[in-house]
Design a protein around this ligand. Structure first.
Ligand SMILES: [Zn+2]
Length: 72
């Protein structure tokens, strides 16, 4: 499932996105990467309600579309 999110990342978001995209992260182990991703998702959940709403409505609309059934 692809999600296109349209929102204004705050300073913290940008920091975490930089962290996730950094060279260190490319060579980090799965656990470290999962930690940062979880931290970012938690931040989005608590600070960017519009993102959560966008994801939810995207999930709902994809469930309704006929193509979605093909990949069940
Ligand atoms: Zn943010």
């Amino acid at each position: 499932m692809k999600l296109f999110l349209d929102f204004e990342p705050c300073v913290e978001c940008k920091e975490m996105m930089n962290e996730l995209a950094s060279e260190e992260m490319l060579f980090a182990d799965d656990e470290t990467r999962a930690d940062i991703s979880a931290k970012f998702l938690r931040h989005l959940t608590y600070n960017h309600n519009e993102v959560v709403k966008a994801v939810m409505s995207e999930v709902k609309s994809q469930k309704r579309s006929p193509e979605f059934d093909l990949y069940k």
